[in-house]
Write a protein that binds this ligand. Structure first.
Ligand code: MRU
Length: 354
């Protein structure tokens, strides 16, 4: 079993510190939106859907902490809190989706209860906001299960599958997106072998994904990223499945740096390349991948490994944390509403309107 990623109770959010995994299981308690935003920025929690769920809980913590006494105070607080949460990381659209959804709930309440709030109205507000945050999580869990089923159905028997980064339970509040597909297929007896790429520089594959696969009893091996092409060519890999941080409305997909390279290799070897992501990952405002903001992270994360320097002192480093895979290289998008293939704007719109 994978430990709970977020525990939300009585004005406290306990966040599983993923930086310490797989060696230590430790929770960081946060009591406000600023603490949640900091934990997100510092990568104590990560993975697109999980960042969204945490933002929803962080918003609820803040409303409960301040207990606004009027509609105008609620409105100001809600806008400020949503902005604070959205500033924590730029690429995963689930964060923006969740913060905006919480903001909307608060603004609708403020509009329906103008002026000073009675104690009963405040109580109602707190329950409403907590409930909305819990709903964001419940929807993520349901979506993961649905993606698992749709994805598993796409895979052949005796499937040799590869994944990248961590799009597992640790990246969501459910069974995961891409890893959810692998575990659902494993339960259906379809997985012969799974490969997890280590995912330099942050090592989500080495620290998190392979740990999840091992705990789930999936026959699996860890690879360094530069082994992927060789393994695909020589070990009968017949599917690759990854998650997504943001999908433009034409299907271009931002995911962890290195995903694009893997998709190019997959196309060369005619291996189907699947992206599993819930529909809130689809950003209707981004016409194509060029509109997606790519997070740049620190030089230290590239030049150091576990605190040890691996490059010369004073080295100049590039560190884009995500890349964009063009829709044309993606065999299918797997959402909680079904499978989108071929990946076109029209087919995405059809899936969204289900
Ligand atoms: O920087 P991270 O660890 O938050 O990046 C995570 C990824 O890129 C995942 O593959 C993506 O969020 C999909 S998670 C279901």
């Amino acid at each position: 079993m994978i430990p709970p990623r977020l525990i939300f109770k009585k004005g406290v959010l306990k966040i599983l510190d993923q930086r310490l995994l797989p060696d230590k299981i430790k929770f960081i308690p946060v009591r406000d939106a600023a603490g949640t935003a900091k934990a997100t920025k510092d990568m104590a929690l990560r993975g697109a859907p999980l960042i969204g769920c945490a933002a929803a809980f962080g918003f609820a913590l803040e409303i409960r902490r301040i207990r606004p006494s009027s509609s105008s105070q609620l409105e100001r607080l809600a806008r400020r809190t949503a902005l604070l949460l959205k500033a924590s990381r730029p690429t995963a659209v689930a964060l923006f989706y969740a913060a905006d959804r919480m903001l909307h709930k608060a603004l609708v309440f403020a509009a329906a209860n103008p002026g000073k709030f009675s104690p009963a109205a405040t109580g109602k507000l707190l329950n409403l906001i907590d409930g909305e945050a819990r709903l964001v999580t419940a929807e993520d869990q349901t979506a993961c299960l649905a993606m698992g089923n749709f994805g598993a159905a796409l895979l052949p028997k005796n499937c040799v599958i590869m994944t990248y980064c961590n799009a597992g339970a640790l990246a969501t509040m459910g069974i995961g997106t891409a890893v959810g597909v692998i575990t659902a297929a494993h339960e259906a007896g379809k997985i012969k072998h799974a490969y997890s790429c280590e995912t330099r520089p942050y090592m989500q594959g080495a620290r998190l994904t392979i740990w999840e696969l091992m705990r789930g009893g999936v026959p699996s091996e860890l690879l360094t990223d530069n082994m992927a092409a060789h393994i695909i060519k020589t070990c009968g890999v017949n599917a690759i499945v990854v998650g997504a941080d943001r999908i433009a409305s034409n299907g271009d997909t931002a995911n962890k740096i290195g995903t694009y390279g893997l998709a190019v290799i997959a196309r060369h070897h005619k291996v189907p390349f699947y992206v599993a992501a819930p529909t809130p990952t689809i950003d209707g405002k981004a016409r194509d991948g060029g509109a997606i903001v790519i997070e740049e992270r620190s030089a230290e994360e590239v030049a150091f490994v576990k605190g040890s320097r691996i490059a010369p002192r004073g080295v100049k480093v590039r560190h884009p944390a995500f890349d964009v895979t063009p829709a044309s290289l993606i065999t299918a998008l797997i959402t909680e509403k079904g499978v989108i293939s071929p990946v076109t704007r029209a087919n995405i719109n059809k899936n969204l309107s289900k």
